[in-house]
Design a protein around this ligand. Sequence first.
Ligand SMILES: Cc1ncc(COP(=O)(O)O)c(C=O)c1O
Length: 364
Amino acid sequence: MSDERIRFFLPGPTWVLADAREAMTAPAIGHRGASFKALYASLQAPLRATLRTGGDVLLASGSATLVMESAVVSTVRGSILHLTGGAFAERWLAISRTHGLDADQVSVPWGEAVAPDLVREALRRKRYDAVAVTHNETSTGVLQPLREIARAVREESDALVLVDAVSSLAGVELETDDWGLDVVLAGTQKAIAAPPGLTVFTVSERAAERAAAKPNRGFYTDLLRYRDKHAAGGTITTPPIPIVRALDRQLARIVGEGLPARWERHHRLHGMTREWAARRGFAYASAENAHSPTVGCLRPPEGVAAPALVARLAEEGIVVGGGYGAWKQETFRIGHMGEVRETDLTALFDAIEGAAAGLSGVAA
Ligand SMILES: Cc1ncc(COP(=O)(O)O)c(C=O)c1O
């Protein structure tokens, strides 16, 4: 592991370690030449290990929202069910509606997880082409019970399971094949800890068949176009090659750590945060049974305003995330994902305590 000290705890983009940053400075190559083809091909094994699939893992040049849109545009003809309870799940619902799809939602209050039985009930009431799940809702720090939700969808229907794994992949247990997930997508800038600009994703055979039956899938949003180009050894458009190089470096680190060990480290980081928060009067905004292992969404103690706390830390060169949307004023977020280690978090806790004490006028 690197001994680089991390003082950057945004819940994405996350800190990129020096060797991955340096990988981006290699001389230019063309994306249809032999060097890039070899680089692209070498990503498959670590990507499959990271997404826990025996199938192909595809690469889109663009942030995760592009593939959220592509997934619904490519596979949904009639109705889609979105599981909502935070800003990113709501964004996905808005995307479906923008495309004129019949989009319903199982909605829970912000901070809560969706009970799989609610999904079962919705699927018994109406047929859906797909169910869209935000595995880890970064705005509220909530992890959804994806395995159980996917099982409910499989048992109750033939709907595809579309998964936004943006802030869970490579940080939280996720089994694409074993859990029967049809499209799993994640940007490179969260727990993978590479720079932003690329999205990795899977497309199951079932999803590809549904897509083939849909007449208009757009161009940049056509999942099958990505599959075809992948079979030919590359991407559909010019990729951000420096970021591909950084991803290559990061994937080697991820595979070297091992996925179960990486999941375990994220659980430990969450456990530390939870223990510290309880001791120091910071309260989780997410429900007790739904805390995310990658991002803690917290309310500061009485008398300390969350935006002021974020600003005070920034003055010290320490970056945490502000609250999101409706929770902007009352919460702040600690992204403990990617390459963050226990020692980084301990130093952060000390800094937060100092900043909070300064703001409330109490000695640390
Ligand atoms: C859960 C989740 N979904 C989707 C997105 C959107 O990702 P991007 O900004 O890469 O399009 C984010 C970004 O933070 C996210 O956290």
